[in-house]
Design a protein around this ligand. Structure first.
Ligand code: ZN
Length: 335
């Protein structure tokens, strides 16, 4: 007998964009979604109002029947979260501190609201409806502005003593190395994140190296910071741009050392890799996988599966929808 359709709202609240979606949580299907830039510089109230506006837009676009069961709203936010209280405690990338997000959304939409960390929630999405299906112990690692991961242990998200487990971006891979956003030195994300790749390429261009990307028109400038889209990097590699190939190769090696260390330490069944640069740049993915297998001990090197995330941009909203529903007792088919 077909299961009755049940819906939840999932919100991915990130430093660059806010994405809200109505998700059929019996299948993981996205019914409708809405997105806009976060504009964190405009302040906390702006971000809260934009989140409400996009949730409303996704609900309107979904055009569900009046009696359609919408069980919860779930959010994955890029920052430190008090999961019990539904509060975004500190999120520098969102320009937010002590934001009572569960209260704000709960009052607006009269639904239970659950809030989690963005990476943890994206990992949950991959676990329930993406590449993590069928695994009970794995790490889901996302490469973007930074590098973060969600850890699934015995079929549950493992968050650690202080809720910060999975911060693989801050594994030190180069003693005394590059300064990291966390204040430390030599962290993985200072070498292998999209931000790190961008900085390294721009530094070389400023020193006079030639590159297809040296043409400013190809670069997107945002508040004085350069963002090179993953597609542009992939395109430059396809055209044989030696600077981009060199920098991406170096980043892939560092990423591989990090992955190999994770394999040795946690001995997971699988590592799932996500993020725009992973999706778009085969050189990065393939070289990192090879480096990881050369770095890890022989048994995990042979047996750990290293695969790409399947839900792409939507792992966060699917996971957020699942987070909320799980918290109110919804049973997923495979988890
Ligand atoms: Zn760091």
């Amino acid at each position: 007998m077909p299961k009755q359709k049940t819906y939840a709202v999932g919100i991915d609240l990130g430093g660059t964009k806010i994405l809200a979606a109505v998700v059929d949580i019996t299948t993981g299907e996205i019914i409708a979604s809405a997105r806009k830039r976060t504009r964190a510089e405009k302040g906390q109230d702006f971000v809260a109002n934009r989140t409400i506006e996009l949730t409303q837009a996704a609900l309107s676009a979904a055009n569900l029947p009046q009696d359609a069961p919408i069980v919860t709203i779930g959010v994955g936010a890029a920052g430190q979260i008090d999961r019990k209280a539904g509060v975004v405690v500190d999120a520098p990338n969102l320009g937010v501190k002590n934001m009572q997000l569960a209260d704000i959304l709960g009052k607006q939409f009269s639904k239970p609201v659950r809030v989690g960390n963005d990476v943890e929630v994206a990992a949950l999405g991959e676990y329930i409806y993406g590449s993590g299906q069928g695994f009970k112990n794995f790490v889901c690692l996302f490469v973007g502005t930074g590098i973060g991961s969600g850890i699934v242990q015995n079929g549950r998200m493992y968050t650690g003593l202080t809720g910060t487990a999975g911060e693989v971006g801050h594994i030190v891979i180069q003693a005394g190395g590059r300064i990291c956003g966390c204040g430390g030195r030599g962290c993985l994300e200072a070498y292998a994140s999209r931000t790190a790749i961008t900085k390294a390429i721009m530094a070389e261009i400023h020193h006079g190296r030639s590159s297809i990307l040296a043409n400013d028109a190809a670069l997107q400038l945002k508040e004085g910071e350069t963002i090179i889209r993953s597609g542009l990097l992939a395109n430059a590699i396809a055209q044989g741009d030696s600077l981009v190939i060199e920098i991406v190769t170096e980043a892939a090696d560092y990423l591989g050392y990090g992955l190999g260390s994770v394999m040795n330490f946690y001995n997971p069944e699988a590592i799932i890799l996500g993020g725009g640069v992973i999706e778009a740049i085969d050189l990065l993915f393939e070289r990192a996988v090879n480096r990881a297998r050369n770095t890890a001990l022989s048994a995990p090197a042979l047996q750990t599966k290293i695969i790409k995330a399947r839900l792409g941009d939507f792992s966060g909203v699917v996971g957020a929808a699942c987070l909320g529903s799980e918290a109110v007792g919804f049973q997923f088919p495979l988890s």
